[in-house]
Design a protein around this ligand. Structure first.
Ligand code: UD1
Length: 368
């Protein structure tokens, strides 16, 4: 059985790493190649994750780079079609919801190649998010849909996906987190930065809905500034956000220096470093998808600056609350945490470090 494993952007790497590791236990059944589309290409957005996670170098890199959605998706499809024709895989595996996920699914399926989607069935019901379009297009085509929770199973059922295509396996990103938690806890980064346990917040923010509109970004920055007067906020800034901050002339809201004060900007961090900072943070502020899940498992309060989530389980059992980009709501929720509000932080079913093994055994049984 020949499998092409696809990665493209930063949130894909920690999802694919445990799948590759699980596949390596079946050398007699599985011949697998790693394809990197090149959607993310900066050292800090890509290679540093391969190093931290011990991932093999990609066998093939499509080197598509950045572009508009249509340009990027089209470039991936053109280049990936050549790879499929050359390699003739039995199966293509895609993870998550980035443009690379959708582009490779469509390309493979049109060539009659089976496709498996890891993290299927998540829905925000928000078609203004490119990721929601990617999720819908990918799931409708796939032969194997591996899900992380009961919400995803219910979404797929409601969309008429046949039960026998859906496999509730748990969360591969949590496989990676549990594997690396111990080593991340031993890093000295917090001390090097002059931070103390539970005496700072971390922030990620890069969604077009938050950073591409000047007024919206301004409202968020005003709220964050107020929070940072009480608790320094560590902000590894995404390249998209940096570009927009420069364009709007919003540099004055940030501390670009080397002292732990205000909204303290740094370059994007590696996987282990960022895990280290998140597990010791008092609070996480984010518009990311994955961090909502990671904080749920770490038991760290998470405030998500989005109007909706495709990961409602993190609000149901975890530590996550949704605040959109409403300045007052961001402040209300952040100060509730600073004033001692506790969250339960339970861990959802099957987020136990064995999701990738379940995926690979399912594939071996089904494809044999
Ligand atoms: C993409 C994903 C998003 C994910 C995010 C994680 C899609 C539609 N979006 O968003 O779901 O949460 O990755 O980071 O797939 N850039 C660089 N260096 C890089 C990569 C990007 O400078 O290595 C800059 C470029 O200016 C680029 C911009 O960031 O135009 C946006 O990159 P892109 O991959 O299009 O989308 P992200 O915002 O990163």
């Amino acid at each position: 059985m020949k499998i092409l494993n696809i990665v493209g952007a930063r949130p894909n790497f920690m999802k694919m790493a445990p799948i590759i590791e699980a596949m390596n236990k079946y050398p007699e059944h599985i011949n697998h190649l790693l394809v990197h589309t090149g959607q993310h290409y900066d050292e800090k957005m890509s290679q540093s994750f391969f190093n931290d996670l011990g991932m093999p170098k990609p066998d093939i890199n499509l080197e598509v780079g950045s572009g508009s959605h249509a340009e990027q998706t089209a470039k991936i499809m053109i280049e990936f079609e050549k790879v499929c024709l050359q390699e003739k895989p039995d199966l293509v595996i895609v993870v998550g919801d980035v443009n690379s996920t959708m582009a490779c699914s469509i390309t493979a399926k049109k060539l009659g190649i089976k496709v498996a989607h890891v993290e299927a069935g998540l829905r925000s019901r928000d078609m203004s998010m490119p990721e929601e379009i990617n999720r819908l297009c990918t799931d409708v085509l796939c032969d194997y849909l591996f899900t992380t929770d009961h919400f995803a199973d219910e979404n797929l059922k409601a969309e008429g996906v046949a039960d026998e295509k859906v496999f509730f396996v748990g969360n591969v990103m949590i496989d990676t987190l549990l594997k690396h938690k111990k080593i991340a806890s031993t890093l000295g980064l917090m001390n090097q930065l002059g931070l103390q346990t539970k005496q700072y917040a971390t922030l990620t923010m890069h969604r077009p809905g938050n950073v591409d509109d000047k007024e919206i970004l301004l409202g968020i920055l005003e709220a964050l500034t107020e929070i940072s007067n009480k608790l320094p906020i560590v902000f590894p800034m995404h390249p998209r956000t940096r570009k927009m901050v420069e364009q709007f002339g919003f540099e004055k809201y940030f501390n670009f220096g080397d002292n732990a004060e205000g909204i303290w900007v740094m370059e994007p961090l590696g996987y282990l470093e960022f895990l280290h900072l998140n597990m010791n943070a008092r609070l996480v502020l984010t518009d990311s998808g994955g961090l909502q899940e990671e904080t749920t498992v770490l038991g760290v309060p998470c405030i998500t600056m989005r109007p909706n989530t495709e990961r409602p389980i993190t609000c149901e059992v975890g530590t996550n609350v949704m605040v959109g980009n409403d300045k007052d709501l961001i402040l209300k929720e952040a100060f509730a945490v600073l004033n001692g509000r506790q969250h339960s932080g339970d861990v959802p079913e099957k987020w136990d470090g064995h999701a990738a093994e379940r995926i690979v055994t399912t594939l071996v049984e089904n494809l044999r």
